[in-house]
Write a protein that binds this ligand. Structure first.
Ligand code: IPE
Ligand code: IPE
Ligand code: MG
Length: 251
């Protein structure tokens, strides 16, 4: 029973007591995740190739990072490429990989200057050396920053993460029945569980995102396609979160 309680204790590690103390009165979430969906439809409606939607989506991400930082969000976790997205047409995957590399080069110095820490979560072994090099460079450049952490889920799958973590835990010789803080084996052990998960484009599903971490997060669905998402939309989602009553299974 103690082991179970310890395991479920993780669900509530979203805030420590001292962090609670820092909370503002309006109940703004500190840890927010976003499934940035709808780039393809945005492009399709304009008879443009998918990459045009992804490029516009990158602008929406830039706006959202800025707005999130201003709103006092401490950790923003965004879904950029899933382990399932490799199934897309080769041209789209190639264009996306190229775009990510360019975005890192172009945007990370400015983010680092704004005291944003950049971290990538996902399976790294399937990515090109060139892209990996850029990702590592971005993480190193921004490692000491603390105003906001931006977690970019890239070649990320919630199931892969749990399997990788279970392997790492087993490799550490953890015996059955032993107390385990499973979260320390996740891709970013220091990341807090998101309090709010936003998905755009009207789809209401999780699509293999943060399966472990979102055990108790509040879900918010926006009808807007990701390239059309702006600061006001983020603020609306945050306001809605403020109206939710979270119980974590208790009274
Ligand atoms: C999300 O937009 C971005 C990625 C998955 C990389 P989509 O490309 O999935 O957009 P829709 O769902 O086709 O409109
Ligand atoms: C989830 O969106 C992945 C990202 C936003 C990166 P998808 O468009 O891949 O998800 P499904 O296929 O609609 O479930
Ligand atoms: Mg989609």
């Amino acid at each position: 029973m103690a082991g179970l309680r310890n395991l479920f204790g993780n669900l509530r590690r979203s805030r420590t007591e001292s962090e609670d103390f820092l909370l503002d009165a309006e109940n703004t979430p500190h840890y927010v995740a976003v499934i940035m969906d709808g780039n393809g439809r945005w492009a399709q409606r304009r008879h443009m190739p998918a990459i045009a939607g992804h490029r516009e989506g990158a602008k929406a991400l830039k706006r959202t990072i800025k707005a999130a930082r201003q709103a006092g969000i401490r950790e923003l976790t965004v879904y950029a490429f899933s382990t399932e997205n490799w199934q897309r047409p080769e041209q789209e995957v190639d264009d996306l990989m190229k775009m990510f590399g360019e975005l890192i080069d172009r945007e990370v110095p400015e983010l680092a200057e704004k005291d944003v820490r950049v971290r990538f979560i996902g399976r790294r072994q399937d990515l090109s050396e060139k892209l990996l090099g850029k990702m590592e460079w971005a993480e190193k450049l921004s490692a000491a920053n603390s105003t906001m952490s931006l977690y970019i889920a890239f070649n990320y799958g919630g199931r892969s993460e749990i399997i990788d973590a279970a392997r790492a835990a087993a490799g550490n010789g953890l015996a059955a029945g032993e107390d385990v803080d499973f979260s320390k084996y996740l891709y970013a052990p220091e990341m807090h569980d998101p309090e709010l998960l936003i998905r755009t484009s009207g789809e209401q599903r999780v699509s293999n995102f943060l399966l472990w971490q979102c055990a108790y997060c509040e879900l918010y669905f926006s009808e807007k396609l990701w390239p059309d998402f702006g600061e006001q939309d983020l603020l609306e989602a945050l306001a809605e979160f403020g109206r939710r009553q979270r119980r974590f299974g208790a009274r």
